[in-house]
Design a protein. Structure first.
Length: 417
């Protein structure tokens, strides 16, 4: 059955009973993709909050399959997806497979920082406990250098995601044996130990944050780059960005600006397409590891063709490629997904060849043990076309190693799973 929560937030308390498959419910309130329902027939809580979708699949659909339910319309759970909400909220046995010892090597994770409000903020016991999980002094110090509370949250969660993904790939239950380093271009990587060469010869991880989200992607064979873009047309102070085409004119090609202008007359729609294109460029340079020298790479790459991904609702997921200096680069693939919730964000995940890596010191390249795999055309295409799912939304507790979970709960953290 479908997980029911007491409130609209994904972190609110889960009710003991679940909404049964085949139940009929009436809509009381709809906030984004979170539904406050009243039970009409079937078993489960008489009322509560549930998600309408998870990873592009419907959990509930209109009774008569109408495209948009009215406020009085009855809904029913869709049978095929009725067990999947646990993965979205990081609560329950099913969620354990998105991170941890059984998660595998290809991870897609996201944390909504708006919904994490630890007591005492950066000086509070929960935040400080999580900060101490990071062994590297420089990374801890960098987190605390940020002046704004939201920036400190983003920085901490990003570093925890890198370590959590690394521990998952190694099947470790703590972070103590991990050595995390950065390239000269500031790209984080797992220096040691490394996952099994037969299973994940080129394992690498990347993170991004913007707006409400901090996201992470890892890959066993290809280079991974990820970027999340808050597509609301406003600056950090909430002031509308009306002149974005003038301000960013040189950062997109003429053909890319045609895509932006083709989105319609509404400036918000144009800005969303602009943001998606910019996120793709960022994912490209982050997979490469350009760092401060990224401007030339950003200017050289174009994203001109996006195809809707099957099995996802309209305008929710796309598959694309890149043109670099006028030449299509077939060794790359880009997948975009719209993040859940009312605030529009998009993630772009890039898969690219190892020969693109920019690593002045060579330490990161030394962890890529099978670079020749990109020269095997059929095998490389198989790696590119392997499923690249949407990010699984998890709570902060999902990033805490199992050996440290009891300590995390003692300082006020929510146990996961």
């Amino acid at each position: 059955g479908i997980l029911v929560r007491s409130g609209k937030e994904l972190g609110s308390a889960a009710l003991e009973a679940r909404l049964s498959t085949g139940a009929l419910v009436a809509q009381e309130e709809l906030v984004g993709e979170r539904l406050h329902y009243r039970l009409v027939t079937g078993s489960g809580p008489s009322e509560g909050w549930v998600s309408l979708k998870i990873t592009g699949k419907d959990l509930l659909v209109p009774k008569h399959l109408a495209s948009t339910p009215s406020s009085a319309e009855e809904l029913r759970p869709q049978l095929a997806a009725a067990q999947e909400e646990e993965d979205e909220v990081g609560g329950g046995a099913g969620a354990a497979c998105v991170v941890g010892q059984d998660a595998g090597y290809c991870l897609r994770l996201a944390v909504n920082i708006d919904e994490w409000v630890p007591s005492g903020e950066a000086e509070g016991p929960e935040f400080q406990f999580l900060l101490q999980l990071i062994r590297e002094d420089g990374d801890r110090e960098q987190v605390m250098r940020y002046k704004q509370w939201e920036d400190k949250k983003r920085a901490l969660i990003a570093r925890l995601l890198v370590r959590s993904a690394s521990a998952s790939a190694l099947r470790h239950t703590n972070f103590k044996g991990l050595t995390i380093k950065r390239t000269k271009g500031k790209k984080p990587f797992l220096a040691s130990p490394l996952p099994p060469v037969d299973d994940a010869p080129n394992w690498n991880v990347n993170v991004s944050h913007d707006g409400s989200w901090v996201v992470c992607a890892s890959e066993p064979v290809c280079m991974a780059g990820i970027d999340v873009a808050d597509t609301r047309r406003a600056d950090r102070r909430g002031k509308p960005i009306d002149d974005f085409q003038k301000r960013f004119q040189t950062q997109l090609s003429a053909r890319e600006w045609q895509l932006v202008n083709g989105a319609g007359k509404e400036m918000d729609d144009q800005y969303e397409v602009f943001s998606r294109l910019w996120a793709a460029k960022e994912a490209y340079v982050k997979a490469r590891g350009d760092g401060l020298g990224a401007f030339d790479s950003l200017s050289a790459c174009e994203f001109l063709s996006w195809k809707p991904l099957p099995d996802f609702p309209q305008n929710q997921a796309y598959d694309g490629g890149v043109v670099v200096s006028g030449k299509p680069e077939t060794a790359w693939r880009f997948v975009q997904h719209r993040m859940p919730g009312e605030k529009p964000h998009w993630t772009t995940v890039a898969r690219g060849p190892l020969s693109c890596v920019v690593d002045a010191n060579g330490e990161f390249k030394a962890t890529l043990r099978r670079p020749e795999l990109e020269r095997a055309a059929e095998g490389w295409q198989a790696a590119l076309l392997a499923p690249s799912p949407p990010c699984a939304v998890v709570l902060v507790g999902a990033l805490v190693p199992s050996e440290d979970m009891d300590g995390y709960v003692k300082v006020g953290g929510a146990r996961w799973p």
